[in-house]
Design a protein around this ligand. Structure first.
Ligand code: AMP
Length: 312
């Protein structure tokens, strides 16, 4: 089947109108939220979404609300033209709409969308002017947001949950598809959907990796070839840990030590290496039920995350 030319929508009212018209035609709608700079991981998510709905919306929006002042918002890679080309190449039913809003925190005032550049380190991102009629409502999934990435990125999941709730309200999808690459994010969105009674099915898809095992990420482009080679220590050590656990090594501290040592030896800086329960993300000491080994590590200026489910 020929590939489809997606309709690009930038306005939220137009997006909502489109969704309501699609639903009036009897179509179910899947949303795949992304921050763009699409790679095979994203495209796999989109292909997966085709199994769940007749109309597919991909959002491309780098959400300022999830970056703290010290993080890489300004250097986050983007290539909208390349993204559209990749989306066009998806065969079969393809993508119907690319929702590409300019700013989801501005509400009509001329200066309302300005990111506050004067905030101090550690201060939460304010996407609005300091006073007046700006955005001030945030969704917090209070316990799940605290561990793993939440420790070193205190405002991250608040921003993620809020933007996803906003996208859900704008696009009104039946299904939303997320990657297990961002395991904590996936679990947080599932919990938010349950707790706030969004009538949306949340699907999680497996991690897509390069042939040598590195988890695909938009941030990989910022790794030098040397850093990329070193970063392979993450997936390699996670695969070894999974194998060891399946062979009976269920003591988490020992598994964690071996992964942390491999990454450090390769020249990476471990942010965290933790084994947690797959559902509630509670720390696990000994693997007795489905667990997930989650890692974040720095190679140069790039922070990478990866994880491995251990089902024993
Ligand atoms: P991002 O653009 O990084 O915000 O990612 C958008 C969606 O793609 C999220 O649900 C991610 O979990 C998912 N994703 C990113 N990288 C991968 C990957 N390597 N494999 C599977 N899903 C991914």
């Amino acid at each position: 089947m020929a590939s489809k030319e997606p309709l690009i929508i930038t306005g939220k009212e137009e997006m909502r109108r489109w969704s309501r018209a699609a639903r009036a035609e009897g179509k179910s709608i899947a949303l795949v939220p992304t921050m763009g700079y699409l790679h095979q991981g994203h495209l796999t998510l989109i292909r997966e979404s085709l199994r769940y709905a007749e109309a597919i919306v991909v959002s491309i929006y780098v959400n300022p609300g999830q970056f703290s002042p010290t993080e890489d918002l300004s250097t986050y890679p983007s290539d909208f033209v390349g993204d559209i080309r990749k989306l066009r190449s998806i065969s079969g039913a393809g993508v119907d709409v690319v929702f590409h809003p300019k700013d989801l925190y501005g509400y009509g005032r001329s200066n309302s969308s300005k990111i506050d550049e004067n905030r101090s380190e550690g201060e939460v991102v304010s996407c609005v002017e300091k006073s007046g009629n700006g955005h001030e409502t945030w969704v917090r999934v209070e316990r799940l947001e605290k561990g793993l990435c939440g420790k070193s990125r205190p405002v991250f999941f608040r921003g993620v949950a809020t933007i996803v709730a906003k996208l859900f309200n704008i696009v009104e999808p039946d299904v939303a598809v997320f990657g297990k690459k961002d395991y904590q994010q996936w679990r947080i969105i599932q919990r938010m959907v349950r707790d706030l009674d969004f009538g949306i099915k949340v699907v999680g898809t497996e991690i897509v990796r390069d042939d040598d095992g590195l988890a695909k990420s938009s941030r990989n482009v910022r790794l030098s070839p040397e850093e990329r080679a070193k970063a392979l220590s993450i997936s390699k050590s996670l695969f070894s840990a999974k194998l060891a656990a399946e062979k009976g090594q269920v003591n988490c501290q020992e598994l964690i030590n071996s992964v942390a040592q491999s990454i450090t030896k390769a020249g990476g800086k471990v942010d965290y290496a933790e084994i947690v329960d797959q559902e509630n993300l509670d720390l696990v000491k000994e693997i007795k039920s489905p667990a997930v080994f989650c890692v974040a590590a720095w190679f140069g200026n790039v922070r990478l995350i990866d994880n491995m489910e251990i089902n024993i």
